[in-house]
Structure formats: structure tokens, C-alpha cells
Design a protein around this ligand. Structure first.
Ligand code: 6PG
Ligand code: NI
Length: 194
């Protein structure tokens, strides 16, 4: 359909009044991503919990189109590490993304292939611009609330999960004395993939 369209983001969950794709990511899809592998295995042995969900409005994945939707990261921890998204580079590295936080508390962990990194806070009304070439991962640092963001990115971006699955992010976000703290990822290793 190539006519203008609208949809509503319905409080309290901000689930779009219409969407084309509902992605549900469970603990099992984050194998190897959490620092405390023992805590991960123990949690998985109990339940394959839903960590986050994405509601996408599909558009042709071509130049000029903008893909958009809602990302909802549920609250929780694996060991001391907060629930987070897989994180990814865009296959077409030179493609940016805009996030608008609608609910909750969290951070966006980001890095470039060259080794620059950034961690930006997310809270309602905050807008984040993720420039081209920056991988991005949403982290929910609230004990109780979902972290909900509205995202927009170019239709021809694609998703490269492989690089992050192999090398991880350089920075991790854990809870120390009740506060979110950014630490170096002791298991980060360059794959030379990017
Ligand atoms: C994208 C966006 C965003 C992201 C979700 C889930 O490029 O599509 O960054 O929609 O996909 O927040 O995160 P993961 O894609 O890392 O699982
Ligand atoms: Ni993205």
C-alpha cells in the first residue's frame, strides 16, 4: 500500500494499533551474550523467558523507505546483567537510526568497528540519534517497568547480528549496589569481521 497511513501507540504498553510483524525474543536466542553463563544456564533451565518484543510496520526494504516500529525490553537480570536486546550493526553499515523513548528507564550501548563506544541514557521523551556505522543494543535498567522505544531506520539497512554474536559489545551494563554500571566486557574479542 503506498498511501499515507497512521497508527496509534496505545498507552500503557504503546503497542501500535496496527503492525505487520511481532517478534518475540526469548532467553534462548541470547546464547553466549550474557557474562554470567552459569546464571544464564540456570535461568534457562527453569523457563525460556521472553526478554523483549518488537512490533514492526513493514515497508519495502529499499532506499527511500523508512522501517519503523516499537521495541519493548522487559525488566529483569541474568546474574547482575540487565535484560537487553541482541544488538546489531546494520548490514549496510552507513545507515543511521532514530530512537524515541516512550516509557521506562534504560541505556543504549553503541560501538563502531574502529572501537569508539558510547552509552546514552533512555527515558520518556528522550530521542537518540544513532549515526551510521554504530552498532546498537537497548538495555532495560528498570527493576519494574518495560523499556519502550519507537525506532525509525532506512529501508535498505539490513541487520548484521553475526558480528555482535561473535565478538559481543565492548561494554556491558550490570547492577552494582542497586545502580546501573557500565563495565568493560572481559570476553570482548575482535573478529576482524567488520
Ligand atoms: C532495527 C532497530 C530495532 C531493533 C530492535 C530489536 O534496526 O530494526 O534497531 O528495531 O531491531 O530494537 O533489537 P535487535 O534487532 O538487536 O534484536
Ligand atoms: Ni538497528
Amino acid at each position: 500500500m503506498n498511501k499515507p497511513y497512521t497508527f496509534d501507540l496505545i498507552k500503557p504498553d504503546f503497542i501500535p494499533s496496527r503492525y505487520d510483524n511481532h517478534i518475540i525474543r526469548r532467553l534462548s536466542s541470547m546464547k553466549g551474550q550474557y557474562l554470567d553463563q552459569q546464571a544464564y544456564q540456570k535461568m534457562l533451565s527453569h523457563t525460556d523467558r521472553v526478554l523483549y518484543e518488537v512490533y514492526e510496520l513493514k515497508r519495502p526494504e529499499i532506499v527511500g523507505e523508512l522501517l519503523h516500529g516499537i521495541s519493548i525490553v522487559h525488566p529483569g537480570k541474568v546474574g547482575q546483567e540487565f535484560f537487553m536486546t541482541k544488538g546489531h550493526f546494520h548490514t549496510l553499515l552507513e545507515t543511521a537510526e532514530v530512537y524515541n523513548c516512550l516509557k521506562g528507564q534504560g541505556v543504549m550501548v553503541m560501538e563502531t568497528p574502529e572501537g569508539d563506544w558510547a552509552v546514552e541514557e533512555l527515558y520518556p521523551s528522550r530521542v537518540l540519534y544513532v549515526p551510521p556505522c554504530w552498532a546498537h543494543r537497548s538495555v532495560n535498567t528498570s527493576r519494574t517497568d518495560d523499556l519502550v522505544t519507537f525506532f525509525v531506520y532506512p529501508g535498505n539497512s539490513g541487520h548484521d547480528y553475526g558480528t555482535i554474536e561473535q565478538q559481543g559489545f565492548r561494554k556491558l551494563v550490570i547492577e552494582e549496589s542497586g545502580q546501573p554500571v557500565v563495565i568493560d566486557n572481559p570476553r570482548w574479542q575482535p573478529t576482524g569481521g567488520r
